[in-house]
Design a protein around this ligand. Structure first.
Ligand SMILES: Cc1cc2nc3c(=O)[nH]c(=O)nc-3n(C[C@H](O)[C@H](O)[C@H](O)COP(=O)(O)OP(=O)(O)OC[C@H]3O[C@@H](n4cnc5c(N)ncnc54)[C@H](O)[C@@H]3O)c2cc1C
Length: 292
């Protein structure tokens, strides 16, 4: 267990209480602790990265975003590269590009439009590729290829390992990661946030970050904050036994990727369209898909 034991005593008082040990909570905790704050991360599961951050495809995509997001995505890629160099944990960061594949002419127009938007957003390296160039990147493509839109700077990583690396970094800087600790309410005193009530007791805090993923709206409702969001869990399945063919570096329009083991993760929405005879393995994490 990288995180502090759930049986260890909760701190009475911290500078910052973070609800949720996903990527947002773990990164936030690591940075606050690095700057000298006393930090506690309160995570309901037995490990960090058991929800969205452990189930995502780990795509660190710059192209194909809303223009307002592009500068953040560009900075984020650089931060991930720096983290891979400095954090001391291999979270399988690969800067291998992102490819959108068009099968038909009508889709090529869409890629051309995306290219214009990418250039307008300052992404000079995004390129429209012909069918042969697309096949050079993904030789195993069997369907018709009309064109591809490729961004070489895009990357991916193992999201669970990356999140756990940040949680471990937070601990290294002195944060307490309290797993098995469900937050049930936010404490308010004199109209100000004062801490978090958990099933294991109260943690007083000068500041609270609620990074509880899909459960965030439920917790902040108490403060009169209404957030839209759908509670629940979603997880990919993996296909077994495939030869290493795509390379995890390529996130094609189907949003799949291939693990170093050869398994291919497929989003749930595509499962009904898969050819028969393929072995589907439920997602490996605790609780499994749909648990929750
Ligand atoms: C199938 C899938 C594929 C995805 N692919 C990508 C991708 O390729 N690229 C990308 O950038 N994003 C992707 N995403 C989105 C990405 O996973 C999320 O945006 C990101 O993980 C959210 O991180 P988070 O820290 O906000 O939330 P989470 O990772 O969900 O973390 C929230 C944490 O809070 C804890 N928690 C909740 N309530 C409480 C409580 N009351 N008390 C204590 N703890 C609590 C949870 O247990 C959890 O650990 C994907 C998501 C899914 C589901």
């Amino acid at each position: 267990m990288t995180a502090s034991e759930s049986t260890s005593r909760l701190p009475d008082r911290v500078d910052l209480a973070v609800v949720g040990g996903g990527v947002c909570g773990s990164v936030c905790a690591a940075e606050a602790a690095r700057r000298g704050a006393r930090v506690a991360v309160l995570e309901k599961e037995a490990e960090v990265a058991e929800e969205g951050s452990g189930r995502s495809f780990g795509s660190l995509r710059v192209q194909g975003r809303h223009p307002a997001e592009t500068p953040l995505a560009v900075d984020a890629i650089e931060l991930w590269r720096e983290a891979a160099r400095t954090i001391g944990v291999d979270f399988e960061l690969v800067q291998g590009g992102n490819l959108y594949v068009a099968e038909h002419e009508a889709e090529v127009d869409q890629l051309r439009q995306q290219l214009v938007e990418a250039r307008a957003a300052g992404l000079a390296d995004v390129r429209l590729l012909g069918p042969e160039e697309v096949r050079e990147i993904v030789p195993c493509l069997t369907r018709r290829v009309a064109a591809g839109l490729y961004s070489a700077r895009d990357a991916h990583c193992d999201p669970r390992k990356a999140t756990r690396a940040y949680a471990a970094l937070a601990e290294k800087h002195g944060a307490q990661i309290a797993v098995g600790t469900r937050a049930v309410d936010l404490l308010v005193a004199d109209g100000k946030i004062a801490g978090v009530r958990t099933e294991r007791g109260d943690v007083r805090a000068r500041a609270v970050v609620v990074a509880a993923g899909v459960w965030t709206p439920r917790l902040v409702r108490r403060l009169g904050i209404r957030m839209r969001g759908k509670e629940g869990r979603r997880a990919p399945h993996t296909l077994n036994g495939t030869a290493f063919a795509i390379g995890r570096t390529i996130a094609a329009i189907l949003e799949n990727f291939q693990e170093p083991s050869g398994e291919v993760a497929i989003p749930e929405v595509l499962h009904p369209h898969l050819p028969t005879g393929m072995t589907m393995i439920p997602w490996k994490g605790a609780g499994g898909p749909g648990a929750g």
